[in-house]
Design a protein around this ligand. Structure first.
Ligand code: C2E
Ligand code: MG
Ligand code: MG
Ligand code: MG
Length: 284
């Protein structure tokens, strides 16, 4: 009996692994087609600040890529981003995203009635470490006339700490060009305090694993408090990812977190909805 169960389990794992391999093998040409035939599109998730007047206001957006695969429907970034990282296609995905986000900014700048807010773009480790990355960005801005001050680049803590010397060099170049810089998913990687002090960055994005139910977990509260205090002493601002409830938000506000992102305020939305956005002003 136990033997049978054991065997069943082995073949179950073997099958799911085989499925995963097949999924990835099939994904590569499919993603290639997605990039060249514009099956990708962007949604924008608002970044929100709590102002002195007790109201929340949108201060920017994060561009998040989506893939509408005609044959099967939407593929989640949680599936195709890791696959694209493994295959190296993430570099092309990121380039597509940068062009699309800059084109959207250029469009908003053309509409005189639209207040234009900065857009954050996620940059993968593979793209960030390329020597052409900075020059490519410069070329895109030159071609479109979009100012670098409207673009924030998010690099994950993990990606930032792979090759510290290269990270420092690239961050300094980007900073000198006027981009805003953020470390994404902070708290899940391996940055030491000395790297953090040296990184010429503007914001730390507190990973959503620290935000989830923070009001219910004294240890998380301690960590969040410490991250915010440390960021402030380094003259960085903090933004909390994945805020879903009023209780989480209140705890973060009480601990002087500077900005917030999450379903509590808004899911990622199409560009056409960004202008109309009406935020809940709950803390008044
Ligand atoms: P991320 O950059 O940390 O983005 C935050 C993720 O959390 C997004 O998932 C967002 O939709 C989700 N999120 C926002 N608010 C909430 C909330 O209140 N609750 C919960 N549970 N989730 C929330 P998404 O769009 O599925 O993206 C997942 C990850 O994929 C991103 O994490 C980022 O690492 C990567 N990604 C997305 N777009 C791009 C891109 O254009 N380039 C690269 N390189 N990576 C991307
Ligand atoms: Mg991000
Ligand atoms: Mg993040
Ligand atoms: Mg995250």
């Amino acid at each position: 009996q136990a033997k049978n169960e054991g065997r069943g389990r082995v073949s179950f794992f073997a099958k799911s692994m085989q499925d995963k391999v097949q999924f990835r093998v099939a994904l590569k040409p499919a993603l290639q087609k997605a990039i060249s035939e514009d099956e990708l599109f962007l949604l924008y998730q608002p970044k929100t600040e709590f102002a002195a007047d007790g109201r929340f206001r949108t201060v920017g957006y994060e561009a998040l890529v989506r893939w509408n695969k005609p044959e099967t429907g939407m593929v989640s970034p949680g599936e195709f981003i890791p696959a694209a990282e493994d295959s190296g296609q993430i570099v092309e995905v990121d380039r597509w995203v940068i062009k699309a986000a800059v084109a959207q900014l250029a469009q908003w700048l053309k509409e005189p009635q639209t207040p234009v807010l900065p857009v954050a773009i996620n940059v993968s480790a593979a793209l960030f470490s390329r020597s052409e990355f900075v020059d490519d960005l410069r070329a895109i801005l030159d071609a479109t006339g979009v100012p670098s001050s409207l673009i924030e680049l998010e690099i994950t803590e993990h990606a930032a700490t792979v090759h510290i010397e290269n990270t420092l060099k690239t961050l300094r170049e980007l900073r000198a060009m006027g981009f805003r810089l953020a470390i994404d998913d902070f708290g899940t990687g391996y940055s030491s305090l000395s790297y953090l002090r040296e990184f010429p960055i503007d914001h730390l994005k507190i990973d959503l694993s620290f935000v989830r139910d923070v009001h219910l977990d004294p240890k998380k509260q301690g960590l969040v408090k410490a991250i915010i205090a440390m960021a402030h002493s380094l003259e960085l601002t903090t933004i909390a990812e994945g805020v879903e409830s009023r209780e989480e938000l209140e705890l973060l506000v009480a601990n002087e977190c500077d900005a917030f992102q999450g379903y509590y305020f808004s899911k990622p939305i199409p560009a056409s909805e960004c202008v109309k956005l009406d935020l809940p002003s709950v803390m008044t």
